[in-house]
Design a protein around this ligand. Structure first.
Ligand code: PEP
Length: 245
Protein backbone atom coordinates (compact mmCIF):
# COMPACT_ATOMS: atom_id res chain seq x y z
CA UNK A 1 0.00 0.00 0.00
CA UNK A 2 1.38 3.47 -0.91
CA UNK A 3 2.19 5.50 2.16
CA UNK A 4 0.47 8.83 2.80
CA UNK A 5 2.70 11.60 4.12
CA UNK A 6 0.48 14.38 5.44
CA UNK A 7 1.50 17.79 6.75
CA UNK A 8 -0.57 19.66 9.33
CA UNK A 9 0.36 23.35 9.26
CA UNK A 10 -1.92 24.14 12.25
CA UNK A 11 -2.34 27.93 12.71
CA UNK A 12 0.75 28.72 10.64
CA UNK A 13 1.06 30.08 7.13
CA UNK A 14 0.36 33.24 5.16
CA UNK A 15 0.34 33.77 1.40
CA UNK A 16 4.12 34.18 1.57
CA UNK A 17 4.46 30.49 2.50
CA UNK A 18 2.70 29.19 -0.62
CA UNK A 19 6.12 28.80 -2.20
CA UNK A 20 6.72 25.88 0.20
CA UNK A 21 3.67 24.12 -1.25
CA UNK A 22 4.86 24.82 -4.80
CA UNK A 23 8.22 23.35 -3.92
CA UNK A 24 6.72 20.27 -2.21
CA UNK A 25 4.45 19.71 -5.22
CA UNK A 26 7.32 20.11 -7.67
CA UNK A 27 9.32 17.45 -5.81
CA UNK A 28 6.46 15.03 -5.10
CA UNK A 29 7.78 11.45 -5.29
CA UNK A 30 6.22 8.76 -7.45
CA UNK A 31 6.14 6.21 -4.61
CA UNK A 32 4.06 8.03 -1.95
CA UNK A 33 0.98 10.24 -1.69
CA UNK A 34 1.42 13.72 -0.23
CA UNK A 35 -1.08 15.96 1.52
CA UNK A 36 -0.72 19.41 3.07
CA UNK A 37 -3.40 20.76 5.41
CA UNK A 38 -2.81 24.52 5.59
CA UNK A 39 -5.03 26.93 7.54
CA UNK A 40 -8.49 27.32 5.97
CA UNK A 41 -7.55 30.77 4.65
CA UNK A 42 -4.93 29.22 2.36
CA UNK A 43 -6.78 26.17 1.06
CA UNK A 44 -7.94 27.63 -2.25
CA UNK A 45 -4.57 29.18 -3.06
CA UNK A 46 -2.74 26.07 -1.86
CA UNK A 47 -4.85 23.90 -4.15
CA UNK A 48 -3.87 26.12 -7.08
CA UNK A 49 -0.21 26.04 -6.08
CA UNK A 50 -0.30 22.25 -5.76
CA UNK A 51 -1.34 21.89 -9.42
CA UNK A 52 -2.91 18.50 -8.67
CA UNK A 53 0.48 16.98 -7.79
CA UNK A 54 -0.28 16.78 -4.08
CA UNK A 55 -3.56 16.85 -2.19
CA UNK A 56 -4.72 19.73 0.00
CA UNK A 57 -6.86 19.27 3.09
CA UNK A 58 -8.56 21.05 5.97
CA UNK A 59 -7.62 20.73 9.64
CA UNK A 60 -11.17 20.54 10.99
CA UNK A 61 -14.76 20.93 9.83
CA UNK A 62 -18.16 21.56 11.36
CA UNK A 63 -20.63 18.67 11.33
CA UNK A 64 -23.39 20.72 9.67
CA UNK A 65 -23.53 21.76 6.02
CA UNK A 66 -24.25 25.43 6.76
CA UNK A 67 -25.95 27.63 9.34
CA UNK A 68 -25.48 29.98 12.27
CA UNK A 69 -22.07 28.73 13.45
CA UNK A 70 -19.90 31.85 13.47
CA UNK A 71 -16.28 31.17 12.64
CA UNK A 72 -16.81 27.55 11.62
CA UNK A 73 -16.17 25.96 8.23
CA UNK A 74 -18.22 23.09 6.80
CA UNK A 75 -16.83 20.08 4.97
CA UNK A 76 -18.67 21.27 1.85
CA UNK A 77 -16.84 24.62 2.08
CA UNK A 78 -13.50 22.84 2.31
CA UNK A 79 -14.37 20.72 -0.70
CA UNK A 80 -15.50 23.80 -2.62
CA UNK A 81 -12.16 25.48 -1.85
CA UNK A 82 -10.21 22.56 -3.30
CA UNK A 83 -9.67 20.24 -0.31
CA UNK A 84 -9.74 16.46 -0.72
CA UNK A 85 -9.09 15.51 2.91
CA UNK A 86 -9.94 16.83 6.35
CA UNK A 87 -8.33 16.05 9.71
CA UNK A 88 -10.89 15.44 12.46
CA UNK A 89 -10.35 14.89 16.17
CA UNK A 90 -6.80 16.23 16.32
CA UNK A 91 -5.76 16.25 19.98
CA UNK A 92 -5.53 20.05 19.93
CA UNK A 93 -9.21 20.16 18.92
CA UNK A 94 -10.10 17.59 21.57
CA UNK A 95 -8.09 19.49 24.21
CA UNK A 96 -8.77 23.18 23.41
CA UNK A 97 -12.26 22.86 21.94
CA UNK A 98 -13.55 20.05 24.13
CA UNK A 99 -14.39 17.79 21.19
CA UNK A 100 -15.82 14.46 22.29
CA UNK A 101 -15.58 11.19 20.39
CA UNK A 102 -19.20 11.69 19.29
CA UNK A 103 -18.40 15.15 17.92
CA UNK A 104 -15.42 13.70 16.03
CA UNK A 105 -17.62 10.93 14.57
CA UNK A 106 -20.14 13.57 13.42
CA UNK A 107 -17.35 15.51 11.72
CA UNK A 108 -16.07 12.37 9.97
CA UNK A 109 -19.61 11.72 8.73
CA UNK A 110 -19.75 15.31 7.45
CA UNK A 111 -16.46 14.79 5.62
CA UNK A 112 -17.86 11.75 3.78
CA UNK A 113 -21.08 13.61 2.99
CA UNK A 114 -18.92 16.24 1.24
CA UNK A 115 -16.87 13.59 -0.57
CA UNK A 116 -13.72 14.23 1.48
CA UNK A 117 -11.43 11.63 3.03
CA UNK A 118 -11.52 11.88 6.84
CA UNK A 119 -8.28 11.53 8.81
CA UNK A 120 -9.54 10.53 12.25
CA UNK A 121 -6.98 11.20 15.01
CA UNK A 122 -6.62 9.21 18.22
CA UNK A 123 -3.93 9.06 20.89
CA UNK A 124 -3.32 8.81 24.60
CA UNK A 125 -1.88 11.38 27.01
CA UNK A 126 1.38 10.82 28.84
CA UNK A 127 -0.45 10.08 32.10
CA UNK A 128 -2.61 7.50 30.37
CA UNK A 129 0.46 5.78 28.88
CA UNK A 130 2.28 5.81 32.21
CA UNK A 131 -0.78 4.27 33.84
CA UNK A 132 -0.65 1.43 31.28
CA UNK A 133 -3.94 2.55 29.73
CA UNK A 134 -2.79 3.61 26.24
CA UNK A 135 -4.33 0.66 24.37
CA UNK A 136 -7.62 0.93 26.23
CA UNK A 137 -7.87 4.70 25.75
CA UNK A 138 -7.24 4.45 22.02
CA UNK A 139 -9.70 1.56 21.75
CA UNK A 140 -12.41 3.67 23.35
CA UNK A 141 -11.58 6.63 21.08
CA UNK A 142 -11.82 4.40 18.01
CA UNK A 143 -15.15 2.95 19.12
CA UNK A 144 -16.57 6.45 19.60
CA UNK A 145 -14.87 8.38 16.79
CA UNK A 146 -15.04 5.94 13.86
CA UNK A 147 -18.71 5.53 12.91
CA UNK A 148 -19.95 2.09 11.91
CA UNK A 149 -20.37 2.00 8.15
CA UNK A 150 -17.32 4.24 7.63
CA UNK A 151 -16.39 4.10 3.93
CA UNK A 152 -13.06 2.26 3.84
CA UNK A 153 -11.70 4.11 0.82
CA UNK A 154 -12.33 7.52 2.43
CA UNK A 155 -11.08 6.72 5.93
CA UNK A 156 -7.61 7.22 7.38
CA UNK A 157 -6.73 6.85 11.07
CA UNK A 158 -3.84 8.78 12.62
CA UNK A 159 -2.28 7.55 15.85
CA UNK A 160 -0.83 10.59 17.56
CA UNK A 161 0.23 10.15 21.17
CA UNK A 162 -0.57 13.54 22.71
CA UNK A 163 2.73 13.61 24.60
CA UNK A 164 4.71 13.19 21.37
CA UNK A 165 3.11 16.10 19.49
CA UNK A 166 5.52 19.02 19.18
CA UNK A 167 7.68 17.74 22.03
CA UNK A 168 10.49 15.90 20.26
CA UNK A 169 9.52 12.77 22.23
CA UNK A 170 8.64 9.65 20.21
CA UNK A 171 7.36 6.26 21.41
CA UNK A 172 9.68 3.28 21.02
CA UNK A 173 9.40 1.36 17.78
CA UNK A 174 7.91 -1.50 19.78
CA UNK A 175 5.21 0.76 21.22
CA UNK A 176 4.33 2.12 17.77
CA UNK A 177 4.07 -1.39 16.30
CA UNK A 178 1.98 -2.58 19.24
CA UNK A 179 -0.42 0.37 19.00
CA UNK A 180 -0.76 0.19 15.21
CA UNK A 181 -1.47 -3.54 15.46
CA UNK A 182 -4.07 -2.82 18.14
CA UNK A 183 -5.70 -0.12 16.00
CA UNK A 184 -5.79 -2.49 13.00
CA UNK A 185 -7.48 -5.19 15.09
CA UNK A 186 -10.02 -2.73 16.50
CA UNK A 187 -10.81 -1.34 13.02
CA UNK A 188 -11.34 -4.85 11.62
CA UNK A 189 -13.60 -5.68 14.57
CA UNK A 190 -15.60 -2.48 14.02
CA UNK A 191 -15.70 -2.29 10.21
CA UNK A 192 -14.94 -5.79 8.96
CA UNK A 193 -12.10 -7.27 6.89
CA UNK A 194 -12.14 -4.32 4.49
CA UNK A 195 -10.61 -2.24 7.27
CA UNK A 196 -7.25 -3.89 6.56
CA UNK A 197 -6.99 -1.29 3.78
CA UNK A 198 -7.46 1.74 6.06
CA UNK A 199 -4.10 3.54 6.29
CA UNK A 200 -2.92 4.07 9.87
CA UNK A 201 -0.59 7.07 10.06
CA UNK A 202 1.83 7.72 12.89
CA UNK A 203 2.08 11.34 14.10
CA UNK A 204 4.14 12.99 16.82
CA UNK A 205 7.58 14.58 16.35
CA UNK A 206 8.25 12.92 12.98
CA UNK A 207 11.31 14.62 11.50
CA UNK A 208 13.93 13.96 8.84
CA UNK A 209 16.16 12.11 11.30
CA UNK A 210 13.55 9.54 12.45
CA UNK A 211 11.20 9.29 9.45
CA UNK A 212 12.82 6.30 7.73
CA UNK A 213 12.85 4.24 10.91
CA UNK A 214 9.19 5.00 11.75
CA UNK A 215 7.90 4.60 8.19
CA UNK A 216 9.51 1.14 7.94
CA UNK A 217 7.49 -0.22 10.89
CA UNK A 218 4.71 -2.78 10.46
CA UNK A 219 1.22 -1.31 9.98
CA UNK A 220 2.56 2.25 9.61
CA UNK A 221 0.74 3.53 6.54
CA UNK A 222 2.35 6.94 6.54
CA UNK A 223 2.91 9.94 8.77
CA UNK A 224 1.06 12.99 10.01
CA UNK A 225 3.67 15.69 10.41
CA UNK A 226 3.26 19.02 12.20
CA UNK A 227 6.28 21.29 12.65
CA UNK A 228 8.50 19.54 10.10
CA UNK A 229 5.92 20.00 7.33
CA UNK A 230 6.26 23.78 7.26
CA UNK A 231 9.53 23.78 5.30
CA UNK A 232 9.69 22.00 1.96
CA UNK A 233 13.24 20.83 2.65
CA UNK A 234 12.31 19.07 5.92
CA UNK A 235 9.09 17.66 4.53
CA UNK A 236 10.99 16.49 1.45
CA UNK A 237 13.45 14.59 3.60
CA UNK A 238 10.48 12.90 5.32
CA UNK A 239 8.51 11.92 2.23
CA UNK A 240 11.66 10.67 0.52
CA UNK A 241 11.86 8.14 3.37
CA UNK A 242 8.43 6.67 2.58
CA UNK A 243 8.47 2.92 1.91
CA UNK A 244 8.79 1.96 -1.74
CA UNK A 245 6.96 -1.42 -1.63
C1 PEP B 1 0.55 17.15 14.67
O1 PEP B 1 0.24 18.27 15.01
O2 PEP B 1 -0.30 16.43 14.13
C2 PEP B 1 1.93 16.70 14.87
C3 PEP B 1 2.19 15.44 14.70
O3 PEP B 1 2.84 17.65 15.23
P1 PEP B 1 4.45 17.48 15.33
O4 PEP B 1 4.90 16.72 14.11
O5 PEP B 1 5.00 18.88 15.34
O6 PEP B 1 4.74 16.72 16.58
Amino acid sequence: MRQLIAGNWKMNGLGAQLGEIESIAANAPAHADLLICPPATLIARAAEAAKGRIAIGGQDCHAEISGAFTGDVSAEMLKDAGARFVIVGHSERRQYHGESDAAVAAKATAAWRADLTAIICVGETEAEREAGRALDVVGVQLAGSVPSGAPIEATVVAYEPVWAIGTGKVPTNGDIVQMHGHIRARLVAQLGEGARKVPILYGGSVKPSNAAEILALAEVGGALVGGASLKAADFGAIFSAARKD
